[in-house]
Design a protein around this ligand. Structure first.
Ligand code: 6GU
Length: 230
C-alpha cells in the first residue's frame, strides 16, 4: 500500500511513521509513504497557495491551479490512484471504509489548510470525501493520518497478529467488550470471576453481553442501527 500526502505541512505527518507498528510496516515495505507540496506547483512570485473567498466570508481558500497541476502530474505517473479529500463536510469515515480501502494499491490524501479548498477541485478529483467526526480541525493532515492508520492496520502483514483484527470494536457493529490483565485484584477491584476459570464458551457469552450493554449505553446510535438491522 502506498500513501501519498498532498500537504503544505509534511512535517505534521511524517513523524507518525517513525515509531511502533507503522515504522515496522514501512521498514518491511508493507506500506510506503511520500509527500507532494502544492507550493511546489505555484506559478506566482511569492508561491502563494491561497486566496480570498468568492462572495466574501472569513478566511482564505486554496485556489485550484497548484492543486490541479499537482494532481494531474500524480495521475499521469500513477493512473490507478484513489484520491481522498478529508473535510468536515464529508461522509463519516467508518471501519468498513478502512477495511475496503486497505485493498487499494495507492491512496492519495489531499489536505486542505486555511478555510479549505475550492469546491471545484474536489468535484474534479475526489474519489471519496470523508469526515472523521463532528468537529472542525485546523487542516486535513490529522484526519488523513487517522484514516491512514485505520487503513494500514488492515493491510496484510502490518499487524504482528492478524487475529487482533477479529473481535475488535465495530467488527459486528458493536463496541468491544472490556478486557483485563494481571493483577487479578487491582485497587480492590476484581476481574470478573468467570474470566479466571477458563470456560471459553461462558467467557464468550459474557463478553457478548458486556459488548451489547456497553454499546447501548455509550453508543445508542450504533445499538439502534443493529436492532434495525442496518
Ligand atoms: Cl476530515 N478535516 C478537517 N479539517 N476537519 C475535520 C475533519 C476533516 N473531520 C472532522 N473534522
Amino acid at each position: 500500500m502506498r500513501f501519498t500526502y498532498v500537504t503544505l505541512f509534511p512535517n505534521l505527518i511524517s513523524p507518525y511513521f517513525e515509531d511502533s507498528i507503522l515504522k515496522r510496516a514501512k521498514n518491511n515495505k508493507k506500506i510506503e509513504i511520500d509527500f507532494k507540496n502544492p507550493r511546489d506547483f505555484t506559478k506566482n512570485k511569492h508561491n502563494k497557495v491561497d486566496d480570498y473567498q468568492a462572495g466574501g466570508g472569513a478566511g482564505l481558500l486554496m485556489y485550484p491551479q497548484p492543486l490541479c497541476d499537482l494532481l494531474n502530474d500524480l495521475k499521469k505517473k500513477s493512473p490507478h490512484v484513489h484520491i481522498v479529500f478529508p473535510t468536515p463536510s464529508g461522509k463519516p469515515f467508518r471501519q468498513i471504509d478502512a477495511k475496503r480501502l486497505a485493498k487499494k494499491e495507492h491512496i492519495v490524501f489531499v489536505s486542505g489548510r486555511y478555510e479549505g479548498i475550492d469546491e471545484r477541485v474536489i468535484e474534479e478529483y475526489a474519489h471519496e470525501v470523508f469526515s472523521i467526526g463532528d468537529y472542525v480541525l485546523t487542516g486535513g493532515e490529522l484526519a488523513s493520518l487517522v484514516m491512514s492508520d485505520a487503513i494500514a492496520r488492515n493491510v496484510k502483514g502490518v499487524l504482528g497478529n492478524e487475529n487482533s483484527l477479529d473481535e475488535e470494536s465495530f467488527e459486528d457493529g458493536v463496541l468491544e467488550a472490556p478486557s483485563f490483565t494481571k493483577p487479578n485484584i487491582f485497587k480492590k477491584s476484581a476481574i470478573p470471576s468467570e474470566f479466571l476459570k477458563g470456560n471459553h464458551a461462558i467467557i464468550c457469552t459474557l463478553k457478548k453481553e458486556m459488548s451489547g450493554l456497553k454499546t447501548k449505553y455509550f453508543r445508542p446510535d450504533l445499538f439502534l442501527r443493529n436492532v434495525k438491522g442496518k
